[in-house]
Every structure is written in C-alpha cells, then in structure tokens.
Write a new protein. Structure first.
Length: 213
C-alpha cells in the first residue's frame, strides 16, 4: 500500500520541519523496513507501527533532534492520511470493474490499513484489506501472501502481487504469486534479480498489462 498506492512524499514537509530536511523521510522508511526484515528473519514479530515508531526515534537520535510528543505524534499520524498517487483511483476502479478480486495487502496493522484506505478513498475499489499482522509474520515472509490467497479463495499462481518494492515482489514470487512492478521514481529493482515481465512506470501501465494478460 505505502508507495505502491499511497504517496509517502506527502510526509516530506513534516519531516523537513521536525527533522531538518526531506531526506529524513526516506531514511526513516528504510530504517523501518530494515527492522521489519530483521524481525522476520529472526522470527521475533513486532507490529509494523511499533517498528515505525522505533525507527523514527533512531533517525531523530542520529540527527541530534529531541522530538517532542506532539511532533512525534504528527509524524507517525501522517501515515494514516496519505493521499493516493494521482493515477491510482482510476487504475483501481478499472481493476474493480473488470471482475477481478482486488485486495490490498500491507505490513501495517489492519486498523491502520483500513484507516489509510478510507482516508484516501480507495476502499470503495477494494474487495478486502488484508494485513500481515494477522499471521504475525511480516512480508516478504511467505505467510502473509499465502494467507491472502487463502482468504480470497484463489490459488497463489492465479494471484498477482502488485508492488513498488522489489523485496515485496520477490517474496510474493517465492510464495508462488505472479509479480507486477510499479517502478515509482527513486525505486530501483534489485540488480541481481530478474525484473518481472509485467512492469510499468505507474499503476495505470501495470493494470493495462494485467488486464491484457
């Protein structure tokens, strides 16, 4: 959901104001993902929001910033009201009208995910909102993807995982799903891994290819 559907760049003014510059937002998200990977590899589950809060504190500490509770709450709360990327509502609407089952799968808790989809207005295009928190294993572990296909009553090889992150697609493909890559600006697919056959610069392009497939 984050970066694939929702624009994390909307948080840049907040990170610039509270942590000095916009690069802090990318540093924070990368730190949060690293913590999520460690949590998954070491089988020591922690909710994604808890990892995000700890990552924010770590970034603030490296920059010598003492975040007050109000600033911390504003930064973390911003995730719940992210806007969608410009083409996303129409692209999801086309998917939904095609007869395919359309669901969002995220590492965030179900509460946060549902709030994000409602705030962005994307929930009306989705048949389901699913969370890795349900199985207490974060993506790219196989359990979230397989739980999603089981919940949606679809075979893994009949499901597409659409994402803007290589690690998410590689995890989904390893679990038997078909990957589709949304190459958002600044994202680079792992150079040692094969690019998915379905890929495009935005969700519109990827949806075109999935529907043609």
């Amino acid at each position: 959901m984050n970066e694939t559907l929702l624009d994390l760049g909307a948080l840049d003014p907040l990170f610039s104001r509270h942590l000095g510059d916009v690069s802090a937002r990318r540093e924070w998200f990368a730190t949060m993902l690293r913590s999520a990977f460690v949590s998954t590899i070491t089988d020591s589950y922690r909710p994604f929001g808890e990892l995000g809060a700890a990552a924010l504190d770590a970034v603030a500490a490296t920059r010598g910033v003492n975040l007050g509770e109000a600033a911390r709450a504003e930064l973390l709360g911003g995730l719940r009201s992210l806007p969608p990327h410009g083409e996303v509502p129409d692209a999801l609407a086309r998917l939904a009208s095609s007869g395919l089952t359309v669901a969002a799968l995220t590492n965030s808790t179900l509460e946060v995910a549902r709030e994000q989809m409602a705030s962005s207005g994307l929930d009306r295009h989705l048949d389901a909102v699913l969370s890795a928190d349900t199985v207490r294993r974060l993506k790219p572990a196989p359990e979230p993807y397989l739980n999603a296909t089981e919940t949606l009553a679809v075979a893994p090889d009949d499901a597409w995982m659409v994402a803007a992150h290589d690690w998410d697609l590689l995890g989904a493909e390893a679990a038997g799903l078909q990957p589709a890559y949304v190459a958002r600006p600044g994202q680079i697919f792992a150079p040692l891994d094969r690019l998915p056959a379905v890929r495009g610069a935005d969700l519109d392009s990827v949806v075109d290819q999935i529907l043609a497939w």
